[in-house]
Design a protein. Structure first.
Ligand code: CP
Ligand code: NVA
Length: 302
Protein backbone atom coordinates (compact mmCIF):
# COMPACT_ATOMS: atom_id res chain seq x y z
CA UNK A 1 0.00 0.00 0.00
CA UNK A 2 1.09 3.59 -0.59
CA UNK A 3 2.67 5.69 2.16
CA UNK A 4 0.97 8.87 0.90
CA UNK A 5 -2.27 10.11 -0.67
CA UNK A 6 -1.06 12.56 -3.32
CA UNK A 7 -3.02 11.65 -6.47
CA UNK A 8 -5.67 9.03 -7.33
CA UNK A 9 -3.43 7.82 -10.16
CA UNK A 10 -0.92 6.54 -7.55
CA UNK A 11 -3.53 4.17 -6.11
CA UNK A 12 -5.18 1.03 -7.39
CA UNK A 13 -8.89 0.31 -7.50
CA UNK A 14 -8.89 -2.31 -4.72
CA UNK A 15 -7.14 -0.04 -2.20
CA UNK A 16 -9.45 2.88 -3.01
CA UNK A 17 -12.50 0.63 -2.65
CA UNK A 18 -11.22 -0.44 0.77
CA UNK A 19 -11.19 3.26 1.71
CA UNK A 20 -14.87 3.49 0.68
CA UNK A 21 -15.67 0.41 2.83
CA UNK A 22 -13.95 1.97 5.83
CA UNK A 23 -15.73 5.29 5.14
CA UNK A 24 -19.10 3.52 5.30
CA UNK A 25 -18.15 1.85 8.59
CA UNK A 26 -16.79 5.02 10.22
CA UNK A 27 -19.72 7.14 9.04
CA UNK A 28 -22.20 4.62 10.52
CA UNK A 29 -20.30 4.59 13.82
CA UNK A 30 -20.19 8.36 13.97
CA UNK A 31 -23.95 8.58 13.26
CA UNK A 32 -24.65 6.04 16.03
CA UNK A 33 -22.41 7.97 18.42
CA UNK A 34 -20.01 5.03 18.82
CA UNK A 35 -16.38 5.70 19.65
CA UNK A 36 -13.99 4.93 16.79
CA UNK A 37 -10.60 6.05 18.09
CA UNK A 38 -8.45 4.52 15.37
CA UNK A 39 -5.86 7.31 15.72
CA UNK A 40 -5.79 7.65 19.48
CA UNK A 41 -2.93 9.87 20.61
CA UNK A 42 -1.84 10.70 17.03
CA UNK A 43 -1.35 14.15 15.57
CA UNK A 44 -1.91 15.53 12.07
CA UNK A 45 -0.04 18.65 10.97
CA UNK A 46 -2.11 20.67 8.48
CA UNK A 47 -0.08 23.03 6.27
CA UNK A 48 -2.12 25.64 4.40
CA UNK A 49 -0.76 27.97 1.72
CA UNK A 50 -4.27 28.66 0.36
CA UNK A 51 -7.62 29.41 2.02
CA UNK A 52 -10.06 26.72 3.10
CA UNK A 53 -13.31 26.15 4.95
CA UNK A 54 -14.25 22.49 4.29
CA UNK A 55 -10.78 20.99 4.13
CA UNK A 56 -9.55 22.61 7.30
CA UNK A 57 -12.66 21.89 9.35
CA UNK A 58 -13.20 18.33 8.09
CA UNK A 59 -9.59 17.23 8.68
CA UNK A 60 -9.46 18.86 12.11
CA UNK A 61 -12.81 17.47 13.26
CA UNK A 62 -11.96 14.13 11.66
CA UNK A 63 -8.77 13.79 13.71
CA UNK A 64 -10.67 14.67 16.88
CA UNK A 65 -13.34 12.05 16.15
CA UNK A 66 -10.59 9.47 15.57
CA UNK A 67 -9.15 10.18 19.01
CA UNK A 68 -6.26 12.28 17.71
CA UNK A 69 -5.39 15.90 17.34
CA UNK A 70 -4.77 18.29 14.43
CA UNK A 71 -2.57 21.37 14.19
CA UNK A 72 -3.48 24.20 11.82
CA UNK A 73 -0.32 25.70 10.32
CA UNK A 74 -0.62 28.50 7.78
CA UNK A 75 2.23 29.63 5.56
CA UNK A 76 1.91 33.19 6.89
CA UNK A 77 2.62 32.13 10.46
CA UNK A 78 5.21 29.39 9.93
CA UNK A 79 8.77 29.49 8.59
CA UNK A 80 7.49 28.00 5.30
CA UNK A 81 6.23 31.47 4.49
CA UNK A 82 9.76 32.82 5.04
CA UNK A 83 11.23 30.34 2.59
CA UNK A 84 12.32 27.41 4.76
CA UNK A 85 12.89 24.58 2.26
CA UNK A 86 10.05 22.07 2.01
CA UNK A 87 12.50 19.21 2.57
CA UNK A 88 13.50 20.67 5.94
CA UNK A 89 9.86 21.22 6.87
CA UNK A 90 9.14 17.58 6.05
CA UNK A 91 12.07 16.25 8.06
CA UNK A 92 11.25 18.38 11.09
CA UNK A 93 7.50 17.66 10.99
CA UNK A 94 8.29 13.92 10.80
CA UNK A 95 9.86 14.20 14.27
CA UNK A 96 6.74 15.72 15.83
CA UNK A 97 3.57 14.55 14.09
CA UNK A 98 2.20 11.29 12.65
CA UNK A 99 0.89 12.64 9.36
CA UNK A 100 0.80 15.80 7.25
CA UNK A 101 -2.05 17.27 5.21
CA UNK A 102 -0.92 20.01 2.85
CA UNK A 103 -2.80 22.49 0.65
CA UNK A 104 -0.48 24.39 -1.65
CA UNK A 105 0.14 25.45 -5.25
CA UNK A 106 2.63 23.01 -6.76
CA UNK A 107 2.08 19.26 -6.95
CA UNK A 108 5.86 18.84 -7.19
CA UNK A 109 6.25 20.54 -3.79
CA UNK A 110 3.81 18.05 -2.26
CA UNK A 111 5.72 15.16 -3.87
CA UNK A 112 8.98 16.54 -2.50
CA UNK A 113 7.44 16.89 0.95
CA UNK A 114 6.31 13.26 0.79
CA UNK A 115 9.78 12.08 -0.28
CA UNK A 116 11.44 13.93 2.58
CA UNK A 117 8.94 12.88 5.24
CA UNK A 118 8.97 9.56 7.07
CA UNK A 119 5.24 9.97 7.74
CA UNK A 120 2.18 9.89 5.43
CA UNK A 121 1.44 13.04 3.42
CA UNK A 122 -2.09 13.80 2.21
CA UNK A 123 -2.83 16.20 -0.64
CA UNK A 124 -5.50 18.67 0.49
CA UNK A 125 -5.46 20.41 -2.94
CA UNK A 126 -2.81 21.62 -5.33
CA UNK A 127 -3.13 23.45 -8.66
CA UNK A 128 -2.96 19.98 -10.24
CA UNK A 129 -5.20 17.73 -8.10
CA UNK A 130 -7.84 17.57 -5.37
CA UNK A 131 -7.97 13.80 -4.69
CA UNK A 132 -9.76 13.86 -1.29
CA UNK A 133 -12.60 15.83 -2.86
CA UNK A 134 -13.10 13.36 -5.71
CA UNK A 135 -13.08 10.46 -3.22
CA UNK A 136 -15.82 12.26 -1.25
CA UNK A 137 -17.72 12.87 -4.51
CA UNK A 138 -17.59 9.20 -5.48
CA UNK A 139 -18.66 8.08 -2.03
CA UNK A 140 -21.63 10.48 -2.27
CA UNK A 141 -22.59 8.98 -5.63
CA UNK A 142 -22.48 5.50 -4.05
CA UNK A 143 -24.85 6.67 -1.31
CA UNK A 144 -27.32 8.19 -3.77
CA UNK A 145 -27.09 5.69 -6.62
CA UNK A 146 -26.07 2.46 -4.87
CA UNK A 147 -22.82 2.27 -6.83
CA UNK A 148 -20.59 4.57 -8.81
CA UNK A 149 -19.94 2.01 -11.52
CA UNK A 150 -21.74 1.93 -14.89
CA UNK A 151 -22.79 5.57 -14.59
CA UNK A 152 -21.92 8.38 -16.99
CA UNK A 153 -20.22 11.41 -15.48
CA UNK A 154 -20.12 14.88 -16.95
CA UNK A 155 -17.75 17.69 -16.07
CA UNK A 156 -18.62 21.19 -17.32
CA UNK A 157 -16.28 24.14 -16.84
CA UNK A 158 -12.59 24.58 -16.20
CA UNK A 159 -10.05 21.82 -16.88
CA UNK A 160 -8.67 22.44 -13.40
CA UNK A 161 -7.44 20.43 -10.39
CA UNK A 162 -10.89 18.89 -9.92
CA UNK A 163 -11.20 17.93 -13.59
CA UNK A 164 -7.69 16.39 -13.50
CA UNK A 165 -8.63 14.30 -10.45
CA UNK A 166 -11.85 13.17 -12.16
CA UNK A 167 -9.77 12.01 -15.14
CA UNK A 168 -7.56 10.00 -12.78
CA UNK A 169 -10.66 8.50 -11.17
CA UNK A 170 -12.13 7.54 -14.55
CA UNK A 171 -8.84 5.86 -15.45
CA UNK A 172 -8.62 3.91 -12.18
CA UNK A 173 -12.29 2.86 -11.96
CA UNK A 174 -13.19 2.63 -15.64
CA UNK A 175 -16.38 4.71 -15.69
CA UNK A 176 -17.49 6.92 -18.57
CA UNK A 177 -16.54 10.59 -18.24
CA UNK A 178 -17.30 13.49 -20.59
CA UNK A 179 -15.48 16.77 -20.10
CA UNK A 180 -16.68 20.02 -21.63
CA UNK A 181 -14.34 23.00 -21.33
CA UNK A 182 -13.92 26.17 -23.37
CA UNK A 183 -11.04 26.08 -25.87
CA UNK A 184 -7.79 26.87 -24.11
CA UNK A 185 -9.04 25.64 -20.71
CA UNK A 186 -8.64 21.90 -21.24
CA UNK A 187 -7.33 19.59 -18.50
CA UNK A 188 -3.59 19.08 -18.04
CA UNK A 189 -2.08 17.25 -21.07
CA UNK A 190 0.04 14.89 -18.93
CA UNK A 191 -3.05 13.74 -17.05
CA UNK A 192 -5.01 13.33 -20.30
CA UNK A 193 -2.20 11.32 -21.92
CA UNK A 194 -1.75 8.98 -18.96
CA UNK A 195 -5.49 8.28 -18.83
CA UNK A 196 -5.50 7.59 -22.57
CA UNK A 197 -2.65 5.09 -22.18
CA UNK A 198 -4.65 3.33 -19.49
CA UNK A 199 -7.60 3.04 -21.90
CA UNK A 200 -9.89 5.43 -19.99
CA UNK A 201 -13.32 6.08 -21.50
CA UNK A 202 -13.25 9.89 -21.66
CA UNK A 203 -14.78 12.29 -24.17
CA UNK A 204 -13.26 15.76 -24.41
CA UNK A 205 -15.47 18.40 -26.00
CA UNK A 206 -16.16 22.13 -26.14
CA UNK A 207 -19.92 21.48 -26.23
CA UNK A 208 -21.55 21.39 -22.74
CA UNK A 209 -24.89 20.03 -24.02
CA UNK A 210 -23.16 17.15 -25.78
CA UNK A 211 -21.30 16.28 -22.56
CA UNK A 212 -24.45 16.49 -20.45
CA UNK A 213 -26.70 14.40 -22.71
CA UNK A 214 -28.08 11.49 -20.68
CA UNK A 215 -25.42 11.85 -17.96
CA UNK A 216 -26.21 10.63 -14.44
CA UNK A 217 -23.73 12.85 -12.59
CA UNK A 218 -23.20 16.53 -13.45
CA UNK A 219 -20.25 18.25 -11.85
CA UNK A 220 -18.66 21.68 -12.03
CA UNK A 221 -16.38 24.05 -10.15
CA UNK A 222 -15.43 27.73 -10.14
CA UNK A 223 -14.15 29.30 -13.36
CA UNK A 224 -11.14 30.88 -11.61
CA UNK A 225 -9.42 28.77 -8.97
CA UNK A 226 -7.34 30.00 -6.05
CA UNK A 227 -4.26 31.69 -7.47
CA UNK A 228 -6.12 32.73 -10.67
CA UNK A 229 -8.08 35.62 -9.17
CA UNK A 230 -6.50 38.13 -11.57
CA UNK A 231 -7.93 36.13 -14.53
CA UNK A 232 -11.51 36.33 -13.21
CA UNK A 233 -12.81 38.91 -15.76
CA UNK A 234 -11.17 37.23 -18.76
CA UNK A 235 -12.50 33.82 -17.63
CA UNK A 236 -16.04 35.15 -17.17
CA UNK A 237 -15.99 35.92 -20.91
CA UNK A 238 -14.37 32.64 -21.97
CA UNK A 239 -16.75 30.48 -19.89
CA UNK A 240 -20.07 31.90 -21.10
CA UNK A 241 -22.31 28.86 -21.75
CA UNK A 242 -20.29 26.58 -19.46
CA UNK A 243 -22.82 26.78 -16.66
CA UNK A 244 -24.87 24.05 -15.00
CA UNK A 245 -28.39 25.45 -15.33
CA UNK A 246 -31.87 24.03 -15.96
CA UNK A 247 -31.14 23.48 -19.69
CA UNK A 248 -28.13 21.31 -18.83
CA UNK A 249 -30.09 19.42 -16.17
CA UNK A 250 -32.90 18.84 -18.70
CA UNK A 251 -30.40 17.33 -21.15
CA UNK A 252 -29.04 14.91 -18.53
CA UNK A 253 -30.69 11.75 -17.19
CA UNK A 254 -34.01 12.60 -15.44
CA UNK A 255 -32.59 10.96 -12.27
CA UNK A 256 -29.28 12.84 -12.47
CA UNK A 257 -27.45 14.30 -9.48
CA UNK A 258 -25.66 17.65 -9.50
CA UNK A 259 -22.37 18.11 -7.66
CA UNK A 260 -20.04 21.00 -6.85
CA UNK A 261 -17.04 20.81 -4.52
CA UNK A 262 -17.87 24.29 -3.15
CA UNK A 263 -17.31 27.16 -2.64
CA UNK A 264 -19.60 28.07 -5.57
CA UNK A 265 -20.06 31.30 -7.48
CA UNK A 266 -23.82 31.12 -8.00
CA UNK A 267 -24.82 32.68 -11.30
CA UNK A 268 -21.44 31.80 -12.87
CA UNK A 269 -20.62 28.09 -13.14
CA UNK A 270 -23.94 27.02 -11.57
CA UNK A 271 -27.30 28.70 -11.09
CA UNK A 272 -28.85 29.27 -7.70
CA UNK A 273 -31.98 27.28 -8.61
CA UNK A 274 -29.93 24.22 -9.62
CA UNK A 275 -27.74 24.25 -6.51
CA UNK A 276 -30.89 24.58 -4.36
CA UNK A 277 -32.94 22.26 -6.58
CA UNK A 278 -34.01 18.61 -6.28
CA UNK A 279 -31.03 17.16 -8.19
CA UNK A 280 -28.39 18.86 -6.05
CA UNK A 281 -26.39 16.72 -3.60
CA UNK A 282 -23.74 19.34 -2.85
CA UNK A 283 -24.19 19.39 0.93
CA UNK A 284 -24.03 15.60 1.27
CA UNK A 285 -20.90 15.87 -0.86
CA UNK A 286 -19.43 18.47 1.51
CA UNK A 287 -20.29 16.33 4.56
CA UNK A 288 -18.61 13.30 3.07
CA UNK A 289 -15.26 15.09 3.02
CA UNK A 290 -15.23 14.38 6.76
CA UNK A 291 -16.07 10.67 6.51
CA UNK A 292 -13.83 9.86 3.53
CA UNK A 293 -10.83 11.72 4.94
CA UNK A 294 -11.20 9.92 8.27
CA UNK A 295 -10.93 6.67 6.34
CA UNK A 296 -7.92 7.96 4.39
CA UNK A 297 -6.16 9.08 7.59
CA UNK A 298 -6.97 5.82 9.40
CA UNK A 299 -5.71 3.82 6.40
CA UNK A 300 -2.41 5.70 6.27
CA UNK A 301 -1.76 6.57 9.90
CA UNK A 302 -3.23 3.80 12.10
N1 CP B 1 -14.04 21.91 -1.51
C1 CP B 1 -13.04 22.40 -0.75
O1 CP B 1 -11.90 21.91 -0.75
O2 CP B 1 -13.41 23.46 0.03
P1 CP B 1 -12.45 24.40 0.88
O3 CP B 1 -11.66 25.24 -0.10
O4 CP B 1 -13.40 25.22 1.70
O5 CP B 1 -11.54 23.57 1.71
N1 NVA C 1 -10.68 24.53 -8.22
C1 NVA C 1 -10.89 25.19 -6.94
C2 NVA C 1 -11.32 24.19 -5.92
C3 NVA C 1 -11.59 24.76 -4.56
C4 NVA C 1 -11.99 23.73 -3.56
C5 NVA C 1 -9.61 25.88 -6.51
O1 NVA C 1 -8.54 25.31 -6.68
O2 NVA C 1 -9.70 27.02 -6.04
Amino acid sequence: MNKDFLALSDWNREDLERIFDLTRELKAKQKRGEEHHLLKGKTLGMLFEKSSTRTRVSFEVGMYQLGGHALFLSSGTTQMGRGEPIKDTGRVMSRYVDGIMIRTFSQEAVEELARCSDIPVINGLTDMYHPCQVMADLFTVIEHKGSFRDLSYCWIGDGNNMANSWINAAAVFGFELRIATPKGYEPHPTVVERAQKLGANILYTNDPLKAAKGAMVLNTDVWASMGQEQEQKEREKAFVGFQINNDIVAAADPQCVVMHCLPAHRGEEITDDVIEGPHSIVFDEAENRLHVQKAIMATLMA
